[in-house]
Write a protein that binds this ligand. Structure first.
Ligand SMILES: C[S@@+](CC[C@H](N)C(=O)[O-])C[C@H]1O[C@@H](n2cnc3c(N)ncnc32)[C@H](O)[C@@H]1O
Length: 336
């Protein structure tokens, strides 16, 4: 070999660093390390005491959290990075502790340990697959992922001009926590929203939307979006967020056709999902997410823009735009 050999950085990162980093974050977050630091415990002994952990263990955890860029340290004084301060301090609106708990300690990591089997067989390996009715996994997941949808829902509010619409009616299919409804209803005091989801999840959504002070304009419908009718020319805006990736192409076309029928003339459908470019490049999370769908669903995937274009056109949507967001999600706006 001539010249300088390449550094094995990525191999080190993904053979050990990624898993070790995930475990470090997955232990640091539920032990409220970021919350204690934000609250003024900034030395290792004070952090250990506040978290009720051993001194030796806390030092190892803090070193790891510095290593993965979640903490800064100067002369033995620890501080949260801006990312940790924004997303990992309990009580803050964008707190992502629920997401970390779900991924690291919940069914997701257990499923990922079986990736080899899933790759060999092409079959899912999660304990509960996405198509199960009243899947208990959703109850934890929807609140865990809600902070990720907040910036996306804010962009939706801007792009659709919801604030200026007269009295818009919104349909959110598989709305989960109700995060889109909460943000869109807050943007327009005359808006009303209907969420279609399983009964166990709708109960969670009603509490979430009520907490945002707009519960009086939020309605839920319990049922399976594969078999439920969405109505006819009833809605001014429809949302389909983080649903298409769990469905097969045939199911997606069927859902999009029902959404087209449910919308009034010239109204928008907003799809938010982890979308690949047509050449199968894209956001690293979206690319890895494809294996998550292999593990969690019978026929889902991180679909390409070309797939969405074809399905939306078959469903009767004339104009389609794609927009990257500050999160790994791509926003698709289609006009009926
Ligand atoms: C990944 S979550 C997305 C939640 C929300 N749209 C978001 O982006 O935060 C998927 C949601 O779809 C719901 N869901 C999945 N399959 C469903 C089905 N067949 N009928 C109704 N709801 C379903 C789940 O209960 C869950 O709330």
């Amino acid at each position: 070999m001539t010249g300088k050999p390449p550094a094995p950085d990525k191999i080190m990162q993904f053979s050990s660093g990624a898993l070790w980093g995930a475990m470090t974050l997955g232990v640091g977050s539920p032990h409220s390390i970021f919350t204690h630091i934000e609250g003024g415990a900034t030395k290792v002994d004070a952090i250990a005491k506040a978290a009720g952990l051993s001194l030796r263990g806390t030092q190892a955890l803090l070193d790891g959290l510095v290593g993965i860029g979640m903490l800064d340290v100067k002369n033995g004084t620890y501080s949260n990075t801006s990312e940790a301060s924004f997303y990992l301090v309990e009580g803050k609106p964008a707190y992502m502790g629920g997401w970390i708990k779900l991924i690291v300690h919940g069914p997701v990591t257990k499923g990922w340990l079986k990736l080899d089997e899933a790759v060999k067989t092409g079959e899912p390996r999660f304990e509960h697959t996405a198509d199960e009715a009243e899947n208990p996994m959703w109850e934890e997941l929807v609140l865990g992922i809600a902070p990720l949808a907040v910036p996306v829902a804010q962009i939706v509010a801007e792009r659709t001009g919801i604030a200026k619409m007269a009295a818009p009616s919104i349909l959110d299919v598989g709305g989960g926590s109700g995060v889109f409804s909460a943000i869109l209803l807050a943007a327009n005091p005359n808006a009303r929203a209907t969420q279609l989801d399983w009964a166990n999840v709708n109960a969670i959504a009603r509490a979430y939307v009520a907490k945002h002070g707009v519960g009086d304009r939020f309605k839920t419908r319990d049922g399976d979006f594969h078999t439920e009718d969405f109505g006819s020319a009833e809605f001014d805006l429809a949302i389909l967020s983080n649903i298409a990736h769990q469905e097969s192409p045939r199911e997606n076309v069927a859902i999009l056709k029902k959404l087209k029928k449910a919308l009034k003339e010239n109204r928008a459908l907003v799809v938010s999902d982890f979308v690949l470019h047509d050449d199968r490049t894209g956001h690293p999370f979206a690319l890895l997410f494809n294996a998550n769908m292999l593990l969690a669903t019978k026929a889902g995937a991180a679909w390409r823009q070309a797939d969405y274009r074809a399905w939306l056109s078959e469903a009767g949507f004339a104009k389609v735009t794609f927009e990257a967001t500050p999160t790994p999600s791509t926003l698709i706006v289609a006009w009926a």
